[in-house]
Design a protein around this ligand. Structure first.
Ligand SMILES: Cc1cc2nc3c(=O)[nH]c(=O)nc-3n(C[C@H](O)[C@H](O)[C@H](O)COP(=O)(O)OP(=O)(O)OC[C@H]3O[C@@H](n4cnc5c(N)ncnc54)[C@H](O)[C@@H]3O)c2cc1C
Length: 409
């Protein structure tokens, strides 16, 4: 059997695992990254209909890696957000909450990027980095990690030893399960239907979120007269609507969207994702660390999951690179606890924020209590609160890692 000693082995080569591999590889670490998917899967448009609202911090990290230069031409800034209540209770006052920025100051709130372009650009950069070995179509069949060593056996017979194993294989994660990481979880009994459509009325860089009783509908602008939708609803409704013909589906979507974009037509196929909440009780063990969705799978209501994972990547990379420069053991709990302490508060606050927002807005009873819309009028009239919320959403508040400031480590 072929044996290889790395500094770091990453299980799961989604966007999060791949970004970490790239940063570490560019900083002199020997990295192996393992993903069960074929390389071609990352390049097929039909495999990927998701789009991401990337905040300012995430875009800065991508810029430092030279990825933003590649994806920028296919990105779409969001300069306005319209939050709207859609309710079946007639006594509830409809509310609208508007966030706007001045595009001339290049002061966008988010940047929309389609998953396919982002993954392609990351893989292009990984291919150029000789410190990274990407094992596609591969799975770990044996995982042994203790205080002194790590050993992963891959299904092609290869044995990988390393100073540290990082799990970024999403949720549920077989590597975290093997490492006996426990989770708090909650099934929302909701699914999101996702896709891309073309429309008649230009979006004018505006994102719309309509809070329907069964769950939120987000319409997110893409380059051209195109938008991505994330339509979250109870599982029963989602299963029924997902099975409709394109014509009937688009009719229902346009009704929910109140015809705000005029005539709409599908550009992509649609996909459905089950929605649940899961966050791990710990982020690290000796020689083992979890990042991205493996550590926290959250509701897509605020488009924060990937951004949160990118903050994990930035923090972990900074801790590992600085510790290695000091000659410390990067797999020791002394080093890994720094990452855990740095990330815990941000993770918990986003977990609770998204959970609360979904429960609050997807519930007619809650809405009844707030039918006067006073809170939203207050928010609408307070630029200070709006500015605060936009700063929080930008991923630039608190003690942020260097890469999110656009600085090298
Ligand atoms: C409908 C929807 C819309 C969203 N919109 C946004 C948004 O606008 N903005 C935002 O920030 N976030 C958004 N998110 C969240 C975002 O999709 C996730 O947070 C992000 O994709 C997590 O990336 P990841 O790399 O951690 O995990 P994943 O994307 O789950 O990647 C895991 C990788 O591990 C591989 N893998 C799994 N098991 C194994 C195994 N045993 N061995 C080897 N490889 C394995 C998989 O093939 C995959 O490549 C959305 C989520 C949903 C569901």
């Amino acid at each position: 059997m072929k044996k290889k000693k790395n500094n770091v082995v990453i299980i799961g080569g989604g966007i999060i695992g791949s970004l970490l591999a790239l940063i570490l590889g560019l900083n002199g670490f020997k990295v192996s990254i393992i993903d069960r998917q074929k390389k071609e899967n990352f390049f097929f448009k039909s495999q990927s209909v998701k789009s991401y609202a990337l905040n300012e911090g995430s875009c800065r990290l991508l810029s430092i890696l030279g990825i933003w230069d590649i994806v920028k031409k296919n990105s779409q800034p969001i300069t306005k957000i319209l939050l709207q209540q859609g309710s079946s209770i007639s006594s509830i006052q409809p509310f609208e909450l508007k966030f706007t920025t001045d595009l001339k100051k290049s002061d966008h709130i988010f940047n929309m990027v389609e998953e396919i372009y982002l993954k392609k650009a990351i893989i292009e950069k990984i291919d150029e980095c000789s410190n990274i070995e990407y094992l596609y179509s591969s799975k770990v069949i044996e995982q042994k990690i203790d205080n002194f060593s790590t050993k992963l056996v891959i299904d092609n017979g290869q044995i990988l030893n390393s100073d540290l194993v990082v799990a970024s294989d999403g949720y549920p994660s077989s590597s975290a399960k093997e490492a006996k990481i426990k989770y708090f979880d909650n099934n929302y009994n909701q699914s999101s239907i996702v896709g891309i459509f073309e429309h008649k009325i230009p979006h004018d860089s505006e994102a719309i979120q309509i809070f329907l009783p069964s769950g939120p509908l987000a319409i997110l602008p893409l380059p051209g007269n195109r938008s991505s939708f994330v339509w979250t609803m109870k599982n029963n409704d989602a299963n029924r609507i997902f099975k409709l013909s394109d014509l009937l589906f688009l009719k229902e979507l346009n009704t929910a969207l109140q015809n705000k974009r005029g005539k709409i037509e599908f550009e992509s196929k649609r996909n459905m994702f089950p929605i649940s909440l899961a966050f791990s009780k710990r982020l690290v063990k000796e020689k083992f660390v979890i990042i991205g969705d493996t550590a926290h799978k959250i509701h897509p209501i605020a488009g924060q999951g990937l951004n949160l994972g990118i903050r994990d990547v930035a923090a972990l990379a900074e801790v590992l690179i600085l510790s290695r420069r000091l000659g410390e053991d990067i797999g020791s709990s002394l080093v890994l606890d720094k990452y855990s302490k740095w990330r815990s508060w941000d993770v918990l606050s986003i977990v609770f924020f998204t959970d609360f927002t979904n429960k609050f807005f997807s519930n007619e009873n809650y809405l009844k209590k707030f039918s006067s819309g006073i809170i939203f009028k207050l928010l609408n009239n307070s630029n200070t609160i709006k500015k605060y919320l936009m700063k929080e959403a930008s991923g630039l508040s608190g003690d942020i890692p260097k890469l999110l400031k656009g600085e090298n480590i």
